[in-house]
Write a protein that binds this ligand. Structure first.
Ligand SMILES: [Zn+2]
Length: 62
């Protein structure tokens, strides 16, 4: 488990980068819960969160 995981406020992707590589916005450390999406097209959660790319995503980002 990494100590400094951050999450993007726009796409909710969890990353260690300070800037989301996809959205080019500042990521934050204030996030709660996460889901791992393997198959976005078949995942209800991914659909609801508008996730198109497999990966780890924060449920709530402030
Ligand atoms: Zn993002």
């Amino acid at each position: 488990m990494s100590m400094q995981q951050r999450a993007c406020k726009i796409c909710h992707a969890i990353t260690e980068q300070e800037i989301c590589p996809k959205c080019q916005v500042q990521t934050g450390k204030n996030w709660h819960g996460y889901v791992v999406i393997f198959d976005p097209e078949r995942s209800k959660v991914a659909n609801k969160m508008n996730i198109k790319v497999p990966g780890k995503y924060a449920l709530k980002v402030r």
